[in-house]
Design a protein around this ligand. Structure first.
Ligand SMILES: [Zn+2]
Length: 322
């Protein structure tokens, strides 16, 4: 994750004073959201945390590095029994050309349409010569998707197909102070959005759920004002049904993140991100972004909420427009 537009401190203060944060929305869902059937989703937070440990053990994994290739191989090995689409290309960046490699694992459903759940897996390029391993930033969400794959694998879905996307080269190559974030980031996901727009896949994508920095032991997922309000409402409802709403939407922020290329193309999107990682976000893009700051419970909360969100979306007919 690389940038933030604005942060609603007033809401922070309101929450600190004990006010209930409203799931404020520009568009209100007209009907109550449909109920889901069966037991709540399962998600193994301990196994997900082990995946984070595996990923950071490779060391920094900026684009173009040997460690990056090792992490690609690690992800692909976990997905060896799944249907995987690879989107490999060369990105032209302010630091030169780099190989970029998106990985997509597809879990088919019976409904016509796709729900994408995405996470970047690269680490910040400007920090490549430091010990920065991005345990939370890139590691937590990539691990979350691996555990989602475990939960989806081998179980026929009665709803939409779910495609898990490990996208690459999300991080800026130059410091944002030198090159604006918008023109020097999100290389992988921009390419995938363009590719899917060209080949017709994009029309089938009903929702784009992004996970980013989801492992903080002190978990507070922001309400993102750059996401689709009704989809954020569905996420909040899913969290509420699982009893996790106190970890959601106590703050509001405008995130510049991997969902933007899909948002721009009319795909409803929600960025699940906790952008207060340590006091004043001090661990973000810091060598202190290490596994000891994370908890399996936080991964299980976000993983469960993603799965419950998908289950609610499966039942919403028709889905609201963007
Ligand atoms: Zn980052």
């Amino acid at each position: 994750m690389a940038a933030i537009l604005a942060c609603d401190r007033a809401k922070d203060n309101a929450q600190a004073q004990g006010a209930t944060p409203p799931p404020a929305s520009d568009t209100t869902l007209l009907t109550p959201l449909p109920l889901t059937e069966g037991p709540p989703p399962t998600f193994d937070g301990d196994r997900a945390l082990q995946y984070v440990k595996d990923i950071v053990k490779f060391g920094p994994r900026p684009i173009g590095s040997a460690n990056h290739t090792r992490v690609e191989d690690y992800l692909l090995a976990r997905l060896k029994d799944d249907t995987v689409e690879q989107d490999a290309f060369t990105a032209d960046t302010p630091e030169g050309k780099f190989p970029v490699h998106n990985i997509v694992a597809k879990f088919p459903g019976t409904k016509d349409g796709i729900i994408v759940v995405a996470s970047h897996y690269d680490t910040n390029y400007p920090f490549r010569k430091t010990s920065f391993v991005g345990a939370n930033d890139g590691g937590s969400s990539s691990a979350l998707l691996l555990e989602l794959a475990n939960q989806l694998r081998g179980k026929p879905r009665a709803g939409y197909s779910v495609w898990l996307v490990w996208d690459d080269a999300e991080e800026s190559v130059k410091p944002d102070t030198e090159v604006p974030f918008e023109s020097d980031s999100l290389y992988g996901i921009r390419h995938l959005a363009e590719k899917w727009e060209a080949d017709g896949t994009l029309k089938k994508v009903k929702a784009f759920l992004l996970a980013d920095m989801v492992g903080d032991a002190d978990l507070n997922i922001d309400r993102d004002s750059n996401s689709t309000p009704w989809l954020e409402d569905v996420v909040y409802e899913a969290a509420t049904r699982l009893g996790y709403q106190s970890h959601f939407f106590g703050r509001s922020a405008g995130m510049l993140d991997d969902h933007l290329p899909f948002m721009k193309r009319g795909v409803p999107a929600a960025d699940l991100i906790d952008f207060e990682y340590g006091y004043n976000n001090v661990f973000w893009h810091s060598t202190q972004d290490t596994v000891d700051k994370l908890s399996p419970k936080s991964l299980a909360i976000v993983g469960g909420v993603v799965l419950e969100t998908v289950r609610i979306l499966d039942k919403m007919e028709p889905l609201p427009p963007k």
